[in-house]
Ligand binder design. Structure first.
Ligand SMILES: Cc1ncc(COP(=O)(O)O)c(C=O)c1O
Length: 378
């Protein structure tokens, strides 16, 4: 079955008890039990399981081609729960340019549990290898990275990790399983902020984790239950609805991103464009091998603060906001938004300058977006 068909038919999309063509919101915290000491019931309490959330998790399995999937209250809840698989004394390796929230979790929360982190250049296998110690238990991959769209080689990193008995986790928020499949490339766990492309309408915060290993799925379920990091029923229902059109939405958004990246690359007011769909991207070849296109997110740097100010004041269509992956285009300023939780020194180290902007392309007519950029940069 091809992906657009899968997203509409390959998981519970019709309610089995009523035939409703949209899975109902089982908006219930508890479920009546028929008798004490009777047959075990599937649903007891929504923190342990809920039919609407179950349908969504089956949808995630279909999307990710995975045996197991869990829905979380946010992408960060998914990340935090996965990192809580570690034990005191363990060490992890993460990209220098990892998402700001993950960086904050790794530097401010994990040390409380005696878990240490080394940030490395993930595009340099030697740098990763040099940082592997006897207590290294997890390598965290994010490709393309946020916001500089740096690309690393998933398969090579997985090979190196597995040679050293290290677990690999890939944050696949930017490409999603539609265009890049880390589990198929050997990653043990894949996670995504569903807030972005999977839901796609900028109206829900959610996360997912998928794996093919039952032992990992069991451990994650235990952590989720005990941290209470579940997705609410209303939000699960909205994601179920959003996911059905994910294929078409992303196709248009990616097409727009490619055209805007090309336009910005040829504009003299733009200092640099970061987009793995451009041939000049330093790791375009690796990206093309492991993903089917450049994705719907690009970043670009202008020469000075004055241009940045003018552009952000004049631009009309993209919303100036945090986040990405909505049907509408979203323009973000990483230094004051997604990466504001880092110190100026940490941002400097990552290359997140004050003149950098990130554009998440929506599904508008591209001519209108191009015209808008032209007038805003004029
Ligand atoms: C790459 C990446 N991972 C994880 C997250 C966190 O997701 P959420 O905001 O849903 O918690 C984000 C948020 O922007 C992100 O960009």
């Amino acid at each position: 079955m091809k992906i657009n068909t899968k997203l509409l038919h390959d998981y519970p999309v019709v309610d089995s008890s009523t035939g409703a063509s949209s899975i109902p919101k089982y908006q219930s915290s508890t479920f009546g039990q028929k008798e004490l000491y009777g047959q075990p019931q599937k649903y007891l309490y929504t923190r342990f399981g809920n039919p609407t959330v179950d349908a969504l998790e089956k949808g995630f399995c279909s999307l990710e081609n995975s045996e197991y999937a869990l829905a979380y209250s946010s992408g960060m809840a998914a990340i935090a729960n996965v990192l809580m698989l570690l034990n005191a004394g363990d060490h992890i390796i993460a990209p220098i340019e990892v998402y700001g929230g993950t960086c904050q979790f790794a530097t401010e929360i994990l040390p409380k549990y005696k878990i240490s982190v080394s940030f490395v250049d993930m595009s340099d296998l030697k740098d990763i290898e040099a940082n592997i110690h006897s207590n290294t238990k997890l390598i965290y991959i994010e490709t393309p990275s946020n916001p500089l769209l740096k690309v690393c080689d998933i398969q090579k990193i997985v090979e190196l990790a597995h040679k050293n008995n290290i677990l690999t986790v890939t944050d696949n928020t930017f490409m999603t399983a539609l265009y890049q499949q880390p589990l198929a490339m050997g990653s043990d766990i894949v996670l995504e902020s569903v807030t972005k492309f999977v839901n796609g309408h900028s109206d829900v915060v959610a996360g997912l984790v998928a794996t093919n290993q039952s032992s990992l799925a069991d451990k994650l379920r235990l952590l989720q239950k005990n941290f209470g990091a579940i997705l609410g029923v209303e939000d699960a229902w909205l994601v179920l609805r959003g996911m059905k059109t994910m294929g078409l939405r992303m196709e248009k958004a990616v097409e727009n991103a490619q055209k805007i990246a090309e336009y910005l690359s040829s504009n003299p007011k733009i200092k640099h464009v970061y987009y793995p769909g451009l041939e000049k991207h330093p790791n375009a070849v690796i990206h093309a091998r492991q993903a089917s296109n450049g994705g719907a997110v690009l970043s670009f740097e202008v020469y000075d603060k004055e241009t940045l100010k003018k552009l952000t004041q004049r631009i009309k269509l993209p919303i100036l906001a945090v986040s990405l992956g909505g049907v509408e285009s979203i323009l973000s300023h990483p230094a004051t938004m997604s990466h504001a939780c880092l110190t100026p020194e940490e941002r400097q180290k990552q290359g997140v300058t004050d003149e950098l902007l990130r554009l998440s392309c929506g599904i508008e007519n591209v001519e209108d977006l191009l015209e808008d950029f032209e007038q805003a940069l004029h």
